[in-house]
Design a protein around this ligand. Sequence first.
Ligand SMILES: [Zn+2]
Length: 456
Amino acid sequence: MPISLYNSLTRRAEPFAPLDPERVTMYLCGPTVYNYVHIGNARGPVVFDVLVRLLRRHYPHVVYARNITDVDDKINAAAQQQGVQIDAITNRFAQAYRDDMAGLGVAPPDIEPHATTHIAQIVTMIEALIDGGHAYAAEGHVLFDVGSFADYGKLSGRDPDELIAGARVEVAPYKRNAGDFVLWKPSTPELPGWDSPWGRGRPGWHIECSAMSAAHLGETIDIHAGGVDLLFPHHENEVAQSTCAHGGKLFARWWMHNGMLTFDGRKMSKSLGNVLLLHELLKLHPAEALRLRLLSGHYRQPLDWSEAAIQQATSTLDGWYRVLRDLADVVLPAGELPVPPRIEAALCDDLNTPQALAELSVLADAARQSGSAEAKAALLGGAALLGLLQQSPEAWFRRGDEAIDEARIEDLLEQRRVARVSRDFARADAIRDELAALGIAIEDGAQGTRWSIVKA
Ligand SMILES: [Zn+2]
């Protein structure tokens, strides 16, 4: 089944064909690690995790890089404020990021390059840009000369002349054009810095991705992904740097951009006080419900986030896990789980996850009605490609709530069983009420009594 992906560069969906089918390359702009990320930052990693899963089904070798930006003015500010070295901040929050991504079921990238371990490659790339007449040193800075690259603005669809004319910010006197951007900047003694031909300094953000991408994936890569908020200037600048440093070679063959999250219809921002940290949400809600919600809209569209939407996702998963729980004794066919063609077709169609989720609901209904091993395998196989239904129904319904004393519940259930056997129904009902007061619902069935947590 061919994969079709929308390409921001050509502004249309195109049949995907890698440059080298033996080595598909993909780069996703990763986090700047100075605090916990918000839920909006998780959409790209989750969406593109599904894309990588799909690509791995089609190609034997996919190399997926997601970087860590570990030198940045925000990191420097946090380190100075707390009186520590920057790596005290970056190590802590890079690990927090990995943990939060693992919580969402996002597989780790094959390569996780850090900016601070690629300073040599960054310096070499800047030198190549200067030699090629695309960059210039001025007052300890090195700037990219946007006037030297005719295609500047092509990716984001902006007119460079308008960009320059529209620049209202105060332009540094050493810039040739208002739109020129920093490749290297000087560091004062108290700031992190590295020796370079232009003095002690540190890289600009954009050049990091260009250098790390080339170092690990080559000069031309198949897919470069990120949030649509990075389209300009970050990705436009990456294109300019990489193309000019590599003799005009195409940088990324596909550019893919995920839409932003809104919160109850509004932009998520610090000033509105509605920034939701993923780290906190993972403590409050089942991680798979967060993942399902992030996949419930088409990745190119904006997605609204609300408490009601998380509850909806949770109850959808309740329904699917109920089917699996009822089929607990149905033994799966031997071998790998199949991926149902309709799920695969939806994902091959520019990663249409809402359609794939609709198909998953159909498969859950079919499994409930037929109770067959094949239907159960189809449900699990389809869900696996989306990174869903990755736990046992028991674990899902108990939600890993540490406040729940499982031994006590099992003890009460046993007392109730004994009461029922001895026909002491008043006692049995009293125990049911006691469990309900603990937020535990029970369900008597052919295979004994099951319990689940009912509180939200
Ligand atoms: Zn980047």
